[in-house]
Design a binder for this molecule. Structure first.
Ligand code: SAH
Ligand code: SF4
Length: 409
């Protein structure tokens, strides 16, 4: 979501007549987009803004103005931030992007995209969040849940298709809850799948309650909807899930997984997990480990619990020692390496439809892209001149925990 907001701000600044800088070195204005979901993320953003303010004060570079946007602004407030960051020129709260000085007034901040978008674009379909997971600062800093109008979303995706975008990722904190009157999220998906030029539709994040038969039949009927879901589980322990206020049990979560994998055994599932939630016992942690095995995740992001002031869980003692959080983090990551490899091995010999992203970061002689399951696929560029944004068919020859190697067929 922050990447999307940054893109919108950049596009609006350009539309208002500004020119993009080559980098930080020649920029006259830098706006730092902050995250506050964990303390570490917030510290990083504020540290960066502090460094830029100091650079501006020295006057040895082109830098004339520094701004701060994003969720840390909502959490800490402008007054506190200006105290912490002498020289900071302005602060912008989430959802108030059109208040950025240097912008033409009245800009459509949700619909703005860079003039030359790539082949893939983010589209906001919901803002805010009305869930109240005990550990989470998002509802406080991003405000109430709001579904964007159907017509606005369709218009934006049509516009993107017109500019050559092939893949859209719909964004919302609990995106399956999107609704407009009688129109449900799967109905929105079906409408977007009709747009010519759009080849892939993704969305994130999802909640197991939204994994309905209606969603599965949209997957079945519309091949453009990628068979990948980011379905954050957070914990495998019913006790912890209840304390977190996640509104599902371990069994309900696994039933959602089963529904998707019964429909397509290759259905790709990724997740978020928190380790070291207050009171998380060894048995709770073991429950998370076994759930992850049962679910057979294709990939997982593991976060060490970080108390966020003002959330319900911040009142609880942060009693899992840092070293233990670290250990649990490492255990889950190494489990996932093994699991990712096992899942990927099953795909050896299959042919994947891959959207070409460009040269591989690690080896310039190879091209890299993603299959519908969001798996990274890499192949020798050789004779094939696959263009960025085109779809090629790649036969998988070799599996690694995070990557599939193959050849174009
Ligand atoms: N709306 C999404 C999650 C958004 S926040 C959902 O509910 O699925 C992204 C991830 O950050 C969460 O899934 C969670 O794993 C992690 N996270 C949020 N608050 C956290 C905290 N206080 N400490 C550690 N990780 C946290
Ligand atoms: Fe945070 Fe829960 Fe909302 Fe996700 S659903 S943003 S974890 S409150």
């Amino acid at each position: 979501m922050n990447v999307r907001d940054s893109e919108a701000v950049a596009a609006l600044l350009v539309a208002a007549g500004h020119e993009p800088a080559k980098g930080e070195e020649d920029a006259e204005l830098v706006i730092v987009n902050s995250c506050t979901v964990r303390q570490k993320a917030e510290n990083k953003a504020i540290g960066k803004a502090g460094y830029l303010c100091a650079m501006k004060r020295k006057g040895e570079s082109a830098l004339k103005a520094v701004g701060l946007m994003g969720c840390a602004v909502a959490r800490l407030g402008e007054e506190e931030l200006k105290k912490q960051l002498p020289g900071l020129d302005f602060c912008i709260r989430p959802g108030h992007l059109n208040e950025i000085p240097y912008l033409a007034a009245g800009a459509d901040t949700l619909g703005a995209h860079p003039e030359r978008c790539g082949f893939s674009a983010f589209v906001t379909v919901m803002t805010g969040c009305d869930n109240c997971c005990s550990y989470c600062i998002v509802p406080k800093v991003r405000g109430h849940e709001l579904s964007r109008p159907f017509a606005d979303i369709v218009r934006e995706v049509e516009c993107l298709a017109h500019r050559g975008v092939k893949e859209v990722t719909l964004l919302g904190q609990s995106v399956l809850k999107w609704r407009e009157g009688e129109t449900s999220f799967p109905m929105l998906l079906r409408r977007l799948a009709e747009i010519d030029g759009i080849e892939r539709i993704r969305f994130t994040s999802a909640h197991p309650k939204g994994c309905t038969d209606e969603l599965v039949s949209a997957y079945r009927d519309c091949p453009k909807i990628c068979r990948h879901l980011h379905l954050p589980v957070q914990s495998g322990s019913d006790r912890v899930l209840k304390e977190m206020g996640r509104r599902y049990t371990r069994d309900e979560y696994l039933a959602a997984v089963k529904k998707l994998r019964d429909f397509d055994p290759e259905f790709s599932l990724t997740t978020d997990v928190i380790v070291g939630y207050p009171g998380e016992s060894e048995a709770d942690f073991e429950a998370t480990r076994t759930l992850m095995d049962e679910a057979g995740f294709d990939n997982a992001f593991v976060f060490k619990y970080s108390p966020r002031p003002g959330t319900r869980s911040a009142a609880l003692e942060d009693d899992v020692p840092t070293a233990e959080k670290e250990r649990r983090d490492q255990v889950l990551l190494s489990d996932q390496e093994r699991r990712g490899l096992e899942r990927n091995r099953r795909l050896v010999g299959t042919v994947r439809e891959v959207l070409v992203e460009g040269p591989s970061k690690r080896n310039r002689h190879r091209l890299s892209g993603r299959d519908g399951g969001n798996r990274i696929v890499v192949w020798d560029a050789g004779e094939t001149k696959a263009e960025t944004g085109s779809v090629v068919r790649v036969k998988i020859l070799e599996a690694h925990p995070q990557i599939l190697l193959g050849k174009v067929v």
